[in-house]
Design a protein around this ligand. Sequence first.
Ligand code: SIN
Length: 495
Amino acid sequence: MNAVAQADERQRLALRRPDLLREAGFVDGTWLETSERFEVSNPATGGVLARAARLGAAEADAAVAAAHAAFPAWSAQPAKARADILKDWRRLILEHAEDLARLMTAEQGKPLSEARGEVAYAAAFVEWFAEEARRVYGVTIPGHLADKRIVVTHEPVGVVAAITPWNFPAAMITRKVGPALAVGCTVVLKPSELTPLSALALAVLAEEAGLPAGVLNIVMGDAPAIGEVLTTDPRVRKFTFTGSTPVGKMLAARCAATVKRVSLELGGNAPFLVFDDADLDKAVAGAIASKFRNTGQTCVCANRFYVQAGIYDAFAARLAEAVAELRIGDGLEGPTDQGPLIDDRARGKVAAHVADALRDGARVLTGGAPAEGAGAFYQPTVLADVARDALLCREETFGPVAGLVRFETEQEAVALANATSAGLAAYVFTRDNSRVWRVGGALQYGMVGINTGLISTEVAPFGGVKESGLGREGSLFGVRDYVDTKTLCLEVEPV
Ligand code: SIN
């Protein structure tokens, strides 16, 4: 891709504030350049959007030093002062929502309507945690002896290192950085090298909101070198990661040597259960929302569809009809429902899962092949009669393919749903209230959507069980991962 194409990509962005597009890292309140660069491309066109500074271990070390130096003053501020800055940050995010959404669509590929939704979602985390900042209450506990008083407080853990993914280039940042800053931590953030532009634009706005130098630092480029610093430096007291399960396990193991607090939001393999008594319209709408959001590239996307025999044919036909209507395309060029996959490797995995299912007797109801376009587009796909041990059921596909498996009994469906090492999200569609409670309780998942395919919100805890992760993000629980609990045990003189 040549310089002219880069100019074209920039022009298509049509930013109202072109200065939101940054290519430098952000350390100690300074935009940090290097001569080494890496390319950030638009996955819909292959065109180069930016050549970002390729930072490494030295810059990560400087970022940790800056965050460490900024911690005493930031954590000493009254909660309200921190909350006021966060509220200003949120206001600026919303004021520049259209620019942020266009940048996001360009670097990540999601439809513009979804990018707008993600900007609002990202801002909602900032607002929520600005509100929570002032409610980090402690407790007093009746003393165990007559002359003892016990007071429990929650204190910021210190420097937080956050590594965030490409599938939600803004919201996964504010879901971590929001609570960290709110309670008084300082942060070193490494966004995905595939989508650093949203992160850097958020930093421009955070600086404008009055965030002091060193409180939020951003480094990207040489991911292994930066990751090594963030997981081993003893000044980092908390490590938080959203990404794949194998990488999460490896990073968590490295954090063990300095006993960091660790939060992990890892892969899922979400089952989507449709019972005979389900509302068919709701089940189809839920399947579209859950499976095809972000072109199937969310950790909570439905991955395996278990459909009871009595409703199977009707559900399959209706879902295929709805999926066939999804519009594929470059989100900057008009209304779309599905963007490209993030890259060719991702499309290759989707194609391999489809081929595997077809080899074992699955039938294509719609889609089933790559789609035209310069980017890694794949047709939104529905497959019927997928084998229970197909790759589609065993591994996270992370793409726009719904594979349907037939079941007969509730017990069978729950057993199939739980037969995985993942435990992030599950979905159940039924009108039977007893079944809601029975199946909702039996599913070994951190989140269960009941008669809905959309479960993500800043007000509810987000996170998984089993190998899907540790800790919770969002909600009142999202604060807990960023504070240490301290006991003050006082001896008092008798009256
Ligand atoms: C994720 O895919 O990791 C996040 C999805 C969400 O917040 O809904």
